[in-house]
Design a protein around this ligand. Structure first.
Ligand code: MN
Length: 324
């Protein structure tokens, strides 16, 4: 693992920097990438902001959101690449994987269980968001916060802490939030953009999905499903399923909430949310996925019904471990 001092020194030497974050980006991925890139531009660097996927509709309010490109010119060349909110080029995907060959790679991330590909890596699984690490970078690099940087970083932290509600919302995280609000971030404007900005068809999809609700009271597991058919009927896509897992999670007695989503090729993807002691990152890893202790996911290969059974068996074992 590397220090901020090392990363700052490397970025000081850099001239043409490519910043990438994981595909299906969330507010932490794009907020962190935007804040870091804007800060580096202020240091006179040439910065390219990359994400394979479009900026989700509820993140277009981010300063410089329109700067993210989804492809790179063939002759694009960079001397330094920064990967934020993940730590493998394949999680960024697209043109990014080719563009990083022969360049210095820096990773800044807070996910567990993945191997880093960085020449320099800051990996802190205990950090509430990558945005927290970017804040620390700015502080150590003596780059002052302003409204633009604060807005990006407040978005990053608010998204990854469930609006400062999850167990990662520590006193230190609240102090960082206060700093960002002092620097000009507007919590209500940001939360309005993030959460009070949905098209009506999201709720038509949600209604269909909630009709699939299954609750296993014995185990404390609740699940909902979204199928390709439902997307078709409502004219929606996976970008409108953000936070669907919060509905099964909000049921009394539920320890683990599951959100199953059918992929266009028929495979089944699951997002898991744990309310208590169950480490869903560990369970997801058993199926080739990953994430955090309280939020993780994986995609199953092969028969969906068998995959579901296997997942429930793994969860039952984990839930049964309580108190031993
Ligand atoms: Mn994150």
């Amino acid at each position: 693992m590397s220090t901020f001092t090392q990363v700052i020194a490397a970025l000081k030497q850099a001239k043409r920097i490519l910043i990438g974050s994981h595909y299906n980006p969330d507010g932490d991925a794009l907020g962190s990438a935007a804040a870091l890139g804007i800060a580096l531009e202020r240091q006179g660097k040439k910065v390219t902001f990359f994400n394979r996927d479009p900026v989700p509709f509820n993140l277009t309010f981010l300063p410089h959101a329109d700067r993210f490109v989804r492809t790179l010119p063939k002759d694009a060349s960079f001397d330094t690449v920064v990967i934020v909110d993940c730590n493998a080029a394949k999680r960024v995907g697209g043109d990014f994987e080719k563009a990083i060959k022969g360049t210095r790679v820096i990773c800044i991330d807070h996910h567990q269980l993945e191997k880093t590909e960085g020449d320099l890596t800051i990996l802190e699984p205990d950090a509430a968001a990558t945005g927290v690490l970017i804040m620390r970078f700015l502080e150590e690099a003596k780059i002052p916060l302003d409204r633009i940087l604060a807005t990006c970083l407040f978005c990053a932290i608010t998204v990854d802490t469930g609006s400062f509600r999850y167990s990662n919302a520590t006193p230190d995280v609240f102090l960082l939030g206060a700093k960002l609000v002092k620097a000009g971030a507007d919590p209500y404007e940001i939360s309005k953009a993030l959460e009070e900005n949905y098209p009506a068809k999201r709720y038509r999809l949600l209604a269909k999905s909630l009709a699939t609700l299954q609750v296993d009271e014995q185990l404390g597991i609740a699940s909902i499903d979204v199928t390709q058919q439902m997307f078709k009927e409502t004219g929606t896509g996976p970008d409108l399923t953000e936070e669907f897992s919060s509905f099964p999670r909000s049921i009394r007695g539920v320890e683990v909430a599951l959100f199953f989503r059918e992929l266009p090729d028929g495979r089944l993807k699951v997002s898991m949310r744990s309310k208590g002691h169950v480490d869903v990152a560990k369970i997801a890893a058993g199926f080739g996925g990953g994430g955090h202790v309280h939020a993780a996911g994986c995609t199953f290969e092969g028969d969906a019904a068998i995959a579901r059974k296997k997942l429930y068996a793994a969860l039952a074992a984990a839930i049964g471990k309580k108190g031993t």
